[in-house]
Write a protein that binds this ligand. Sequence first.
Ligand SMILES: *Cc1c(COP(=O)(O)O)cnc(C)c1O
Length: 396
Amino acid sequence: MSIRSFHPPVRTLMGPGPSDVHPRILEAMARPTIGHLDPRFIDMMDEMKALLHYAFKARNELTLPVSAPGSAGMETCFVNLVEPGDTVIVCQNGVFGGRMKENVERCGGKTVLVEDEWGMPVDPNKVADALKTHPEAKIVAFVQAETSTGACSDVETITRLAHEHGCLVIVDAVTSLGGSPLEVDEWNVDAIYSGSQKCLSCTPGLSPVSFNQHSIDVIKNRKTKVQSWFLDLSLVMNYWGGGTKRAYHHTAPINALYGLHEALVLLQEEGLENAWQRHRDMHIALKAGLEAMGLRFIVPEAARLPQLNAVAIPDGADDVQVRSALLNRYGLEIGAGLGALAGRIWRIGLMGYSASPKNILLCLSALEAVLAESKASIAAGAAINAAQKVLADRGY
Ligand SMILES: *Cc1c(COP(=O)(O)O)cnc(C)c1O
């Protein structure tokens, strides 16, 4: 055997996540491992909760990072809130709504699907209709930032509708947290989950979640045991919420948590609202460049996510060939289409540390160079100027 240490190449990550990790986060993760019940570690956990409150704009008691990726945060919300026989209205306008439906069914719940075309936001009128025809519904679940299409749905309106019918909401904020406006307390969101590797620019593997008092009461009054031992919040809380008497539940991913702590410190230094604005500014600059090249966005302008730019693959360009050339020649990763959109779109991420002028200029010039060799007809030489103009106008 002559296998040696693994040294990954340096890449620029402009796909649907993970995003580029800030060097301060990688440095934080290399600090000494200490015990997960060490008093100094517990101090760090208390800070983590305060930092997550800041990022979510929430003050909920039950706010913590689940020790697993975003999918586990999703599952945490469903297994704790859904009991066998419950009806859940699930909005599906891309890949992740489909996963929510799977979660409901695995909890023994019944799903009422509210479907919208991929690339469109969730239509609140359809949610209102489903609430009227299903008065037995207990929960409405939907994705704020659909990473598979780049569409942003209206959390405030859908939450208000759900509450008017006595339903709780479960919101997927994996790609939105830190990148798009999100007001958990102000909008009275009941249960929400996110991920560490998208607009927080941390390494993958942690999922911040937050539950308001209403959903905590629902969890406390369950008639059945939560089907997952690991994700049962009543047990997890003995560790995360135990104050000075924390009980062992599982070994926390210590160094990964150092990373998330640093990512949230970075967010606080920049200011949450400033981070939202930077994502918007970078999106507008990238959009100016892509459109100058002749590429077309698939999501209607009003519903576009700044952090996930989905553009149609131009006729004459080979999806796989273009993405391979970007990766091999320029070390640049962009995302392929998923599900119904596979082979039809590219997904260009501007998430967290990746949402920078430097990345935009690299992406536009590399894409233009690669497309110029294909049969696609694109306008050459205009993209960089168009993006630079937006950046200059906005003070970057
Ligand atoms: C990435 C993503 C997830 C899943 O997160 P993982 O960390 O990959 O498990 C869930 N929902 C949305 C909207 C996502 O973008």
